[in-house]
Design a binder for this molecule. Structure first.
Ligand code: CO8
Length: 257
């Protein structure tokens, strides 16, 4: 891996992926994205991993897709290269992913953070979809995910002007879970990850699927999907353990089965 660093089990059941292209503000080149996809796939299949944290550095989570590598491409080059296939695979990760964002989360960087399941932001984080300023528009979900998170008028303003919003505004609009001082953002992500890692991995997987389904279905279909997953949870040993532990007034010991 050249552009990312993976630390498996940095804490119990938690793995950390760090972007490592600091000079380019972690611009998301096709190679970086392929490395990210490969890392996520491996962690997703590793039963000892329960939560994944994705981060950049203090200055930049990621300043977007690599403009220098895209600048001279034709539409057909882009079509044939089909970088979105990599993004589609990333989106299929079943384990929860927390983005720990400090500094710039722009363009594809903002879209990638929004593709994650939760976002912890440092107070220096800046979110934006500045593609309009370079003559294009968001391509990795920005027009859709930002609009769902912020509502039409705020998303429209960001997408049409390229203006950034601060971490504080992002929290106010519900784009991020919370904002903490810059020296604490990674630790805060670890805290959240540890809380999730204590739960039944089976139930967490089913619950993540059900929450994501709400973006892609009517309420009726979403409720039906949730109910199926709820029933399915009763096929797990973790459900028996969780409920027995509650009744016996002890801490559950979830095994992911
Ligand atoms: N791509 C390539 N290089 C970049 C990028 C980028 N997105 N962002 C920054 N860099 C490079 C700079 O060129 C510079 O390199 P060098 O030192 O060789 O000149 C280095 O990183 C440092 O950047 P700056 O000197 O510009 O740093 P500043 O602190 O002055 O400014 C900014 C920081 C405001 C973040 C500024 O760099 C900037 O505006 N960057 C571009 C932001 C942007 O427009 N992002 C959107 C890109 S398009 C996109 O993301 C589409 C995604 C959808 C499709 C994905 C799959 C195809």
């Amino acid at each position: 891996m050249e552009f990312i660093k993976v630390t498996n089990q940095i804490r119990e059941h938690i793995s950390l992926i760090e972007f490592n292209r600091p000079k380019e503000l972690n611009a998301l080149s096709p190679q970086l994205m392929s490395e990210l996809r490969d890392a996520l796939l491996a962690l997703d299949q590793d039963e000892s991993v329960r939560v994944i944290i994705l981060t950049g550095n203090e200055k930049a989570f990621a300043a977007g897709a690599d403009i220098k590598q895209m600048a001279d491409k034709s539409a057909i080059d882009m079509l044939l290269q089909d970088q979105f296939a990599t993004w589609d695979q990333i989106k299929k990760t079943r384990k929860p992913i927390i983005a720990a964002v400090s500094g710039f989360a722009l363009g594809g960087g903002c879209e990638l953070a929004m593709t994650c399941d939760m976002i912890i932001a440092s107070e220096t984080a800046l979110f934006g979809q500045p593609e309009i300023k370079i003559g294009v528009l968001p391509g990795a979900g920005g027009t859709q995910r930002l609009t769902r998170a912020l509502g039409k008028v705020k998303a429209m303003e960001m997408v049409l002007t390229g203006k950034f919003i601060s971490a504080e505004e992002a929290e106010k609009y519900g784009l991020v879970n919370r904002v903490v001082p810059v020296e604490l953002y990674l630790e805060e992500a670890f805290k959240l990850a540890a809380e999730i890692a204590q739960q039944s991995p089976v139930a967490v997987r089913l619950a993540k699927e059900a929450v994501l389904r709400s973006f892609e279905s009517s309420l009726e279909e979403g409720l039906y999907f949730e109910r199926k997953n709820f029933y399915l949870a009763f096929a797990s040993e973790d459900q028996k353990e969780g409920m027995e532990a509650f009744i016996q007034k002890r801490k559950p010991d979830f095994k992911g089965r």
